[in-house]
Design a protein around this ligand. Structure first.
Ligand code: DAH
Length: 345
């Protein structure tokens, strides 16, 4: 006689379940849980082995046996899934709880900045923008016509000499100054014109204060009634702002083909304030560029009526001005890329 309420297969299922519940609590990681699940639900496995014994169960009890076995299978599946999910939650919580020690000193980060010459160029553009000048641009490989001819520099002038100019071909040069941007601007814009043109220029020149490549900043204004005093006012504004000092300037008579009259721009020596020192060679003045009133010959080349309009122009060496402002001793420092020099600015 079998015990109707508790047949052998029921005891067997209860035994498997008890064994499962006994051991599962000790399993602490995903790998162990999955292996344990396979031990029960895999083939072979305790539950599938149990099902094979269906034939030994009296037909009348098979239904009950089947559903009890399925119940056990479902119980194990659900329990393992619950435990795996709990492990996941634990891991996520541990990730969140991981703290950062904000008192640790930071690792130094190498930080770059704009090159001194770039800073000066942008600053100059800003200073001129304050008085209505916009920035114009032109190519560094320039035609002989824009670089010389249109600026009334004749074919036999020494500035065209092989010693000064890098010729690319018979018709093209590396521009020797930014003045050709004046020409390009006047060809494309109608007066009133107010531009500056900062940019690189090239000459066969190489010593403490000269480099074969350097930066000029050109200025041009064309309108009705412009005079020499407008030129002086603009230059004075620039010098005072660029050097952040109340410096005087003077316009010393000179000669350029493309201006008439022409003048050298001198600024009061910022080291001795004019009393004479080593930097200004005792003169009290420092030369920073050339300037003048646009020559009618240049207007003729670009088709501007010189009876109606007048203009002034200037060109300054930006490296030289930065040398004076920051006490840089050799123009080469700008181009060697030595971080010990560059990082000072
Ligand atoms: N282009 C001249 C140079 O490189 C500088 C210069 C002089 C520019 C007089 C000008 C000017 O615009 O009016 O030496």
């Amino acid at each position: 006689m079998t015990d109707q309420a508790n047949p052998p297969w029921a005891q067997q299922i209860a035994g498997i379940r008890a064994g499962y519940e006994d051991r599962v609590a000790a399993l602490a990681d995903e790998h162990a849980l999955r292996a344990f699940k396979a031990e029960y639900l895999g083939k072979p496995g305790h539950v599938s082995d149990l099902l094979k014994e269906m034939t030994k169960v009296p037909p009348a009890e098979r239904r009950a046996f089947g559903s009890a076995a399925n119940e056990l299978k479902q119980l194990i599946e659900d329990d393992i899934a619950k435990r795996l999910a709990a492990l996941d939650d634990l891991r996520a919580a541990a990730d969140l709880a991981r703290t950062v020690d904000v008192t640790l000193p930071a690792r130094p980060v190498g930080e770059g900045h704009l090159h001194l010459m770039t800073q000066c160029r942008l600053e100059a553009a800003q200073i001129f923008a304050e008085i209505g000048f916009t920035v114009a641009d032109g190519p560094q490989i320039e035609t002989e016509w824009h670089n010389f001819e249109a600026l009334a520099i004749p074919k036999d002038h020494p500035a065209r000499d092989m010693q000064d100019t890098f010729w690319i071909s018979e018709d093209f040069v590396l521009r020797t100054h930014t003045s050709p941007v004046q020409v390009r601007t006047m060809l494309t814009q109608k007066p009133p014109i107010r531009i500056i043109a900062p940019g690189l220029v090239y000459r066969r020149d190489d010593d403490l204060t000269h480099s074969p490549m350097f930066t000029q900043i050109e200025g041009l204004a064309v309108a009705e009634g412009l005079s020499f005093s407008d030129l002086k006012g603009v230059l004075l504004h620039f010098v005072k702002r660029f050097f952040m000092q109340d410096l005087a300037i003077r316009l010393r008579p000179s000669y350029f083909q493309f201006t008439e009259p022409s003048a050298e721009i001198d600024m009061q020596c910022r080291f001795c304030m004019g009393s004479g020192c080593r930097v200004c060679k005792g003169t009290g003045w420092l030369e920073i560029g050339g300037s003048g009133m646009v020559d009618p010959e240049v207007f003729r080349h670009v088709g501007i009526d010189s009876e109606k309009y007048t203009g002034f122009a200037f060109g300054m060496g930006l490296e030289r001005m930065a040398m004076l402002r920051h006490d840089v001793k050799d123009i080469k420092f700008y181009y060697e890329g030595d971080v010990r020099f560059l990082e000072q600015f």
